[in-house]
Write a protein that binds this ligand. Structure first.
Ligand SMILES: *[C@@H]1O[C@H](CO)[C@@H](O)[C@H](O)[C@H]1NC(C)=O
Ligand SMILES: *[C@@H]1O[C@H](CO)[C@@H](O)[C@H](O)[C@H]1NC(C)=O
Length: 287
């Protein structure tokens, strides 16, 4: 299911819990665990070999009324966007054989444009659900202006509707592009950039490391809204909105617990664009 798997599973679990009373759902979100190592010679299939590490997270959902007082978050919205009916989107990350018959995952040059187009659709749906009325009016008014087509350039101010933004980490280029298109400030990107720095470009588990980051920092207060967003092959994009039921206290089991005081770190001097990304993903906007 690719990088969006963890959040797609949250959506599935939500539907299952809607029809099964008094139940638990356990979601395990990991890195690439299938035989995806590519041993051929096609450069566009190398990326998967060097990208992912060994992250993993488990999430327990419950709809038992008695668990309400122990729970950290309430699930508010899950928004699923799937653009696989478009050939370009479907093939942007694609498992196939190379000329020599060796199976690998091709990442093609349309990836960034595809990702942005799919994310855009997801954000539009999300906007209708969570934006305050005033922002919605501004949003719709902009949409009606004949001179402006709806695009991420006139995206409304989501900072009014969510307290923590936790996008899928993917790689530095992906985060830069996302920040640019959403018009977010650097501090909105802190959790994702620090997760990339500390845990690498984790796949579907990245958003859980980011959640743990803001928790370890003591930033999640009762009533806060958390927006996790994951996207990947398909092409799929899934947003999940949670509301904190309580202020999250220090937890020794948090993966960041021992070292959180050392974060955030200054990244400019440390991080360079990895070569494999630069040669395959055009950074220019092509929607
Ligand atoms: C995405 O859409 C395709 C085509 O409609 C469908 O076959 C596939 O199951 C969908 N996948 C998800 C995860 O929604
Ligand atoms: C993955 O993340 C690590 C840590 O930030 C970085 O050094 C590496 O270049 C990244 N690789 C890719 C392909 O983005």
């Amino acid at each position: 299911m690719g990088c969006s798997a963890g959040l797609v599973a949250i959506g599935l679990a939500k539907q299952l819990l809607q029809v099964h009373d008094n139940s638990y759902a356990l979601i395990v979100s990991t890195e690439s665990i299938t035989g995806n190592c590519y041993v051929g010679k096609d450069r566009s299939k190398f990326l998967i070999n060097c990208l992912f590490r060994a992250g993993g997270a488990a999430i327990l959902l419950s709809n038992r009324p008695s668990d309400h007082k122990h729970s950290k978050y309430q699930l508010i919205h899950t928004i699923h966007t799937n653009t696989s009916t478009s050939d370009q989107c479907y093939h942007s990350i694609f498992r196939e054989e190379d000329n020599a018959g060796i199976v690998g995952v091709t990442i093609n040059k349309h990836l960034v444009a595809t990702a942005i187009a799919t994310i855009e659709r997801n954000i539009i749906t999300l906007g209708y659900l969570i934006l305050p009325m005033q922002e919605k009016v501004v949003y719709i008014a902009r949409k009606l202006l004949p001179s402006k087509t709806l695009s991420l350039n006139n995206i409304p101010n989501f900072r009014k509707a969510v307290d923590h933004f936790l996008p899928h980490v993917g790689g530095k280029v992906v985060l830069d592009q996302l920040q640019k298109t959403l018009g977010f400030a650097e501090d909105n990107m802190e959790a994702s950039r620090m997760t990339l720095f500390r845990y690498g470009n984790t796949s579907s588990s990245s958003i859980w490391y980011e959640l743990a980051y803001v928790e370890a920092k003591g930033r999640v207060k009762r009533g806060d809204r958390v927006w996790q967003m994951a996207f990947g092959s398909g092409f799929k994009c899934q947003s999940v909105i949670w509301r904190a039921i309580k202020t999250i206290d220090h937890d020794d089991y948090n993966p960041w617990a021992d070292e959180i005081v050392g974060f955030p770190v200054l990244l400019e001097d440390i991080e360079t664009d990895p070569e494999c990304f630069v040669s395959y993903l055009p950074i220019s906007k092509t929607i």
